[in-house]
Design a binder for this molecule. Structure first.
Ligand SMILES: [Zn+2]
Length: 230
């Protein structure tokens, strides 16, 4: 195993997704220096925090938290880009573990029945080969033992990228984007944790909630790796 890993590292050098420096064998995805420099939100399990308030008037979410602040061109945006476009599967899982490590012991995961990633459209999933939010969920699940659920919520359309759209256009673009499957009935009266890589306007997660809120007595919490506060 050791030799194979050395050979793989020789042909595919492992570099930090933020600064591009070679990683040591203990480092995964990014170097300890860059890891330590990431802007933590410190939201933890604070009730009625600013992120949770984003959803007031849409749905009474139980809890909302994010690990890092997102800023265009910053290290967190490098991580998100690597997770999405450079096939950095291990980095996604590792970031999920980081989220779990931050929030375990704060009560954030108490009573949560499943971790539900925001789904990709099946065409996008085929192209990318994985759903970065599902890998985040797997990282959380590894640490907390909470199961990952991917069969209850589906993305109906392959919507165009949100990046260059105005806030209003983003909301227009995602309305009716998700639907629940017949399996979703098992979450009646349960508490699900929706997870996505980044929260910007909240439009995508709100569209998920729109589809899920028809499940009787469902409780919904939200966690993302990154949060764009402005
Ligand atoms: Zn680095």
């Amino acid at each position: 195993m050791g030799l194979l890993k050395d050979l793989r590292d020789f042909f595919f050098p492992r570099v930090c997704v933020c600064c591009g420096k070679l990683l040591s064998s203990q480092e995964e995805g990014l170097c300890v220096r860059c890891m330590a420099s990431l802007p933590r939100t410190g939201l933890l399990n604070t009730p009625e925090n600013e992120m949770e308030r984003r959803f007031w008037g849409i749905f009474p979410v139980e809890r909302a938290s994010a690990l890092y602040y997102y800023a265009r061109g910053g290290n967190v945006s490098n991580i998100l880009y690597g997770m999405k476009y450079h096939g950095r599967r291990k980095l996604c899982v590792q970031m999920g573990r980081m989220i779990a490590t931050e929030l375990m012991g704060t009560g954030f995961f108490d009573g949560i029945d499943c971790v539900m990633p925001v789904p990709l459209h099946k065409k996008r999933l085929r192209e990318r080969g994985y759903n970065q939010s599902e890998l985040l969920a797997i990282g959380i699940s590894e640490m907390t033992g909470i199961p990952v659920e991917t069969s209850s919520l589906i993305r109906k359309h392959n919507n165009t990228t949100q990046t260059h759209k105005s806030s209003f256009e983003r909301w227009e673009n995602v309305s009716g984007l998700f639907d629940i499957t017949s399996r979703a009935a098992v979450w009646s009266g349960k508490h699900i944790l929706l997870i996505d890589d980044v929260l910007t306007t909240g439009a995508t997660i709100s569209a998920c909630i729109d589809a899920l809120k028809v499940i009787p007595s469902i409780k919904i919490s939200i966690v993302t790796l990154a949060w764009s506060k402005s």
